[in-house]
Structures are given as structure tokens and as C-alpha cells.
Write a protein that binds this ligand. Structure first.
Ligand SMILES: C[S@@+](CC[C@H](N)C(=O)[O-])C[C@H]1O[C@@H](n2cnc3c(N)ncnc32)[C@H](O)[C@@H]1O
Length: 645
């Protein structure tokens, strides 16, 4: 059964405004509805269609074990030092659960963008699945110890291939949603193999109203196709909460990207202006020469018409001449007088595009109309008068060969991963969906060749940004080139190392980029041995991770005490006794330690009992001020791991 969600424990509520609090309540209500809906389809309260599959009614209730995140200094960059970005080697679902402590989504917390590029389930890609339906968790763990990995590739003739894929993706989508800032955006790459199922899942999990767009990336032409070349794939763009995102639009404007080629064009304009000063026709002549011969596809293509120059161009840039007639027909009809000849100007057959005579006259008075030799008017549209940016369209055409070649130049092998994404396309999207926020935080749970990280490093280098990313990669068992154990290091992390150092395989001169990353290994599920071998800091981390369902670590972690490690929003204390001693190598909870803990709790303003974690309790007093939690059993019980013994 889904747990009851305690609102006050999950978020730092003080400091939020009414609007944000309402959002949290709506979000939690939505979450509860969804849990009920998945547990029992008839409870959705909706008569509408929903995706049905074997596993639907239990996946949200299934417990995901957190994993221990261990820093690997020698694989970090700079070596042994690390940096602000994170690359994590491990299964993304378990890692996502662990990331909740630092990145739980809320009005002001969580990731700004999650980019997911899961295996597409093509029958020959990286999609593997644990096929041991009938084995218990502990049997699977035992199997892992002998064969190491229990997943198998999923082939196209597997009759339950879609079920397997949905069972893989559904909990990950749900985990991703929890990590997304309320104003955040998720972008998911997919192709026709699983698009229908993914779309339905997204509608149910994120809500139809939060769909932003479906972007089509046309990446190749398949001349050997039997019927029609299907050389494109999709990027589903959804908001966690479109209403929250709309508030951002009010503040920051609509999503736009700088007009391609704007910088190059304005540099040329300024160069010509320096030479010709106020000789507008010479500057204009220079610009016409500059854009001559520009072909479709060139970044300057959409700018090529801005070759008119006048006194206003010093501030508004060059202008283009626009047709003043109403595009569809049926526009307003009024008479205009030519300011120089006094002749009446013929109204275009479709009517004027300017809504009234007064507005047209105003343009004439402001010298924003060009009068052609035959007496017809054109409207001056200045480049820097709101035209310096473009809307992104839902079709992007770019050959995927370019990203494979780039990866080859960078790593010396471009074929270690099938279909790497194009980091320049990701850059465009990441920039637009964050209003190019230089502090945005990005998450990519299917790290692959590190394309997401590469994009962000370049974005930071271009504007001295402080964007951060977290990439997770588990290694691809089907990859013939790189072994699974080394995959994250040799592919994901290596690309980022080379991008940062500028030392590409092709040995060409490249700049160093600012930044660094810390490499984490998340290969160890938490078990009895891991708990008992942990140092105090790690164990405190694990305890706070495990209790986070009741008290989010962001809310309750406390530093600076010998025993106390946290305090929940409701005022409960959490303490850990973890010093060398005689019970299983550790000190038990004694009367003396208990008194010290109580003194710490009082100082920290703990108003409810303290949960004290220790290997044993030899404190004679048993009172209502504390609740003893035995290590490791109380933690293993929370993780449902006791049956393994
Ligand atoms: C389609 S590729 C991603 C490619 C990447 N976007 C790029 O441009 O290189 C999917 C990646 O996810 C990894 N992967 C698959 N299942 C995973 C899991 N459960 N946890 C972490 N990574 C996983 C695969 O090993 C593979 O490298």
C-alpha cells in the first residue's frame, strides 16, 4: 500500500510563500492519486484510457534500495581532487533514490533539467533486463555472486519485450519526477519502438497538461528502407508543472534562442560602421556583399535580409524591408499619403498589415517606412528591435554522422556507443529551457558517452557559468569494445576528462575548459557488511538516506555534535553511537552516552524523543525520551533485507 505522505516532513516549509505551499499540496495530492491509480486502475476515478501492463499495480510500492556512493579520487578530475560535477558508476534507479537527499524536487530545489536517453528497446541496443521473475531478492543476490550480472538482452521476438521495457522505465520516470524542480523540465529521447508506451506513461505520470512539445530530430536518410526512410527520433519535452513554469515565463519571457549568426553579422556591421561612419549607403553596400551567396542551412540565412542602414541602426542594428500588406487577405483598408510627393498611396489588395491609419502615420513620422521608386511603402524591421532571438521549432535537422565523427576525434573511437546524441542540439535545448540560467543543475541518468556533460562544459565556458551536472552510467554488458566494469570510466568519464583538458585524441589544438568532476562508485547495495564496515560519516549518511521518507535529510541533518546527526522538522532527534568498543567492535549505548546525547538534543532544540542508533543498549534507564534503534537490524528491517540472513 502506498504510504501516507506527511507534508510537513518532506519540505522546508518555512520561507515558502502561499503560492508555493499550494503547489506542494497539489503536488502531493497528485502523487497520492497516482499511487492509488497505479495500485488499482479502477481507483483512478477516470473513465479514460490508461496503459496496462504486468507489473503496473506494484511498481510504485516496490522498495528501491539506496546504494552507497563512494568517491573514487583517482578517477576524478583533476585526479585525486575532483570538482563540482558528478559522474556516478551504478544503476540509475538506486542512485536516483540516493540523490533524493541532495536533489529532492520542490519549489526551489531539485534539478532544473533532466535529460533521459534510455535504451530504445530496438532488439539490438543496450536494453537488458533482469529476467528472473520467479526468484526472490536474496536468490538473485546469490546468483549475482556467481554469474555477476543477471540481466539479459531483450530481443525483438521476445513476446514480453514491451512489458520489460515499461517495468524498467516506469519507476525511473517516477524517480526522475521526484528529483525535478517544480519549474524544471524533463527531455526524453526515444524512437518509434517505445514511443507509444512512453507517451502514455508520461501522460499518466506527469499529466497531459504538462506536455510542452515533441521535438523531432531528423538525423539520417535511410536509402535502403523498404517503404519509407524513418531517419528521425523524438525528444519528449515535459514540464514537471507547467503552471509553475508559466510563472517563470512571466518573469523571464518566452523560450527563445539567439538568432543564429547574429554575433558574426553584428561584428561585420560594426566593422563597416567604423570604416564608413555615417555613410549609410556604403555600410549597406558592404552588408549586401557580406551576405551575397549565402545558402540555406548557413547560420546567416535568416539574417541575410537585414542590409538596410539608417541613423537608428546605431542602436537598433540594420533593418530589413517588410511587405506592408495583410498576409491572408481581408486586412484594414485606409488611404495613405506619400510624405514627399503628396500622392495617395494605393492600398494593397489584401489590405494593410498595420491596424490603423494613425499607427501607419506614426511609422511614417518616425522614419520607419522606406519609400520605393514606384511610390510603394515597405516597413523597416530592425534586427535588434526584438528580432535578435528566434523560437525553437519542433523539427531539428542535423546528420548524426557529425556527432559520431566528433566523438571519434575526441576519444579515438566513435563506435563505442551506438547513436551518441549531438551535444550541440542538447546545448540549444538546455539553454532555451533554462533561459540560459548560468546556475542551472542538470541530471542525465543514462550517461553513455557523456554528451550531456560535454554540452554543459561548453555552455559554462562560453558565459563563465556555474552550471552543474550529474551523470549516471551502469556500463553496457552488450558492448563489445569496453567491458562493463570499465565503461563509465573509459567512456563517460574519459570524454569529460578530454573535454576539460583539451587533450583530444586527434591532437589538435583545443582550449582547456573550466571545471572538474568527482567520480563515484555506486556498485554496492547496502547490506549488513556494508553497514558494519562504514565509518561514522558514511553510516550517518546511510541512516539519513534510509529515514528520509520520514524526514528529508535536507531538513534534518545536523553537523557539529558528537552523537546527534539530525533533527526532523517535527522535532525528533537522530543520534548515532559509532566509536570503537567491545560489542561487534563498537561501543554500545551506555547511560553516560545517553546523558550526553540528551544534552546535545536539548542544545539543538529537539522537542520529541531521540532515535538513537547503536549496536547495543546497556543503558539501564528506559524512558520516553529516546527510542533505541539497533544497528544493523533496525536499518536492514527498514530495507526489508532481514530475510536474507
Ligand atoms: C542510449 S545510451 C545513452 C547515450 C548517450 N545519451 C550519449 O549520447 O552517448 C543508454 C545508456 O544508458 C546506459 N544504461 C542502461 N541502463 C542503465 C541503468 N539502469 N543505469 C544506468 N545506465 C544505464 C547504457 O549502458 C547506455 O550507455
Amino acid at each position: 500500500m502506498p504510504k501516507t505522505i506527511n507534508i510537513s516532513q518532506n519540505h522546508q516549509l518555512s520561507g515558502l510563500d502561499k503560492h508555493e505551499l499550494i503547489r506542494i499540496i497539489e503536488d502531493l495530492q497528485g502523487e497520492k492519486r497516482l499511487n492509488d491509480g497505479f495500485a488499482n486502475l479502477s481507483e483512478t476515478g477516470s473513465n479514460d484510457a490508461a496503459l496496462m501492463w504486468r507489473g503496473r499495480n506494484r511498481f510504485l510500492a516496490e522498495q528501491v534500495l539506496p546504494v552507497k556512493l563512494e568517491i573514487v579520487p583517482q578517477l576524478s578530475y583533476p585526479k585525486n581532487k575532483g570538482g563540482e560535477h558528478r559522474i556516478i558508476d551504478g544503476d540509475n534507479l538506486a542512485v536516483m533514490r540516493s540523490l533524493l537527499t541532495d536533489f529532492r524536487g520542490g519549489p526551489n530545489s531539485g534539478f532544473d533539467v533532466i535529460y533521459m536517453d534510455p535504451p530504445y528497446n530496438t532488439g539490438s541496443d543496450t536494453f537488458t533486463y533482469n529476467d528472473n521473475y520467479n526468484l526472490s531478492k536474496s536468490e538473485i543476490e546469490k546468483l549475482k555472486k556467481t554469474v555477476r550480472y543477471v540481466e539479459k538482452g531483450v530481443s525483438l521476438d521476445d513476446p514480453s519485450r514491451h512489458t520489460k521495457w515499461i517495468n524498467h522505465i516506469a519507476p525511473r520516470l517516477w524517480a526522475a519526477r521526484k528529483l525535478l524542480k517544480y519549474t524544471g523540465v524533463i527531455i526524453i529521447s526515444i524512437d518509434e519502438h517505445e514511443l507509444p508506451r512512453l507517451w502514455m506513461l508520461m501522460e499518466e505520470m506527469f499529466g497531459e497538461k504538462n506536455r510542452i512539445a515533441t521535438v523531432v530530430w531528423e538525423r539520417s536518410r535511410k536509402n535502403d528502407a523498404t517503404y519509407i526512410s524513418e531517419g528521425h527520433e523524438y525528444m519528449l519535452v515535459w514540464a514537471r508543472d507547467e503552471a509553475a513554469l508559466r510563472q517563470m515565463v512571466k518573469l523571464k519571457g518566452k523560450w527563445r534562442e539567439p538568432k543564429p549568426g547574429l554575433d558574426i553579422f553584428m561584428t561585420e556591421f560594426k566593422r563597416l560602421k567604423n570604416i564608413h561612419n555615417d555613410d549609410y549607403s556604403e555600410i549597406s553596400k558592404g552588408l549586401k556583399g557580406f551576405v551575397k551567396g549565402i545558402k540555406k542551412g548557413d547560420p546567416l540565412w535568416t539574417i541575410r535580409q537585414y542590409v538596410g542602414v539608417d541613423a537608428k541602426s546605431a542602436n537598433l542594428g540594420p533593418y530589413k524591408e517588410d511587405d506592408p500588406s495583410w498576409p491572408g487577405g481581408g486586412g484594414p483598408n485606409y488611404s495613405i499619403t506619400h510624405p514627399n510627393t503628396g500622392a495617395t498611396v494605393r492600398t494593397p489588395p489584401k489590405g494593410w498589415v498595420i491596424k490603423s491609419f494613425e499607427a501607419f502615420q506614426d511609422l511614417i513620422d518616425q522614419d520607419k517606412i522606406v519609400w520605393k521608386g514606384d511610390g510603394t511603402p515597405k516597413i523597416k524591421k530592425y534586427l535588434l528591435d526584438g528580432r535578435e532571438s528566434d523560437v525553437i521549432t519542433s523539427i531539428i535537422q542535423k546528420e548524426s554522422r557529425q556527432s559520431v565523427m566528433m566523438l571519434n576525434n575526441l576519444l579515438g573511437f566513435g563506435d563505442a556507443i551506438n547513436h551518441p546524441k549531438d551535444h550541440l542540439i542538447l546545448k540549444r535545448l538546455f539553454s532555451v529551457v533554462t533561459w540560459n540560467n548560468p546556475n542551472a543543475v542538470f541530471f542525465d541518468p543514462y550517461g553513455g558517452s557523456g554528451t550531456t556533460g560535454h554540452s554543459i562544459l561548453e555552455m559554462n565556458a562560453e558565459d563563465n557559468g556555474m552550471r552543474r551536472f550529474v551523470l549516471v552510467e551502469s556500463g553496457d554488458p552488450s558492448n563489445k569494445k569496453i567491458g562493463r566494469e570499465e565503461y563509465t570510466n573509459k567512456l563517460t568519464a574519459e570524454r569529460i576528462r578530454r573535454t576539460l583538458s583539451g587533450k583530444w585524441a586527434d591532437k589538435k589544438d583545443r582550449p582547456k575548459l573550466p571545471g572538474g568532476f568527482t567520480f563515484y562508485s555506486a556498485r554496492k547495495d547496502i547490506d549488513r557488511d556494508i553497514l558494519m564496515a562504514s565509518d561514522r560519516e558514511n553510516l550517518a549518511d546511510i541512516i539519513l538516506q534510509i529515514v528520509e521518507e520520514d524526514s528529508n535529510r535536507q531538513d534534518c541533518r545536523m553537523d557539529g555534535y558528537k552523537y546527534l546527526i539530525g533533527k526532523t522538522r517535527l522535532g525528533y532527534g537522530i543520534a548515532l553511537v559509532w566509536e570503537k568498543g567491545n560489542v561487534k567492535g563498537h561501543k554500545p549505548l551506555t547511560k553516560e552516552i545517553r546523558s550526553k546525547i540528551m544534552a546535545e538534543a536539548e542544545k539543538a532544540g529537539v522537542t520529541k524523543p531521540v532515535y538513537i542508533y547503536a549496536v547495543a543498549n546497556v543503558s539501564p534507564i528506559n524512558d520516553k525520551l529516546y527510542k533505541f534503534q539497533q544497528i544493523p537490524d533496525s536499518l536492514l528491517a527498514r530495507l526489508n533485507l532481514l530475510e536474507e540472513d
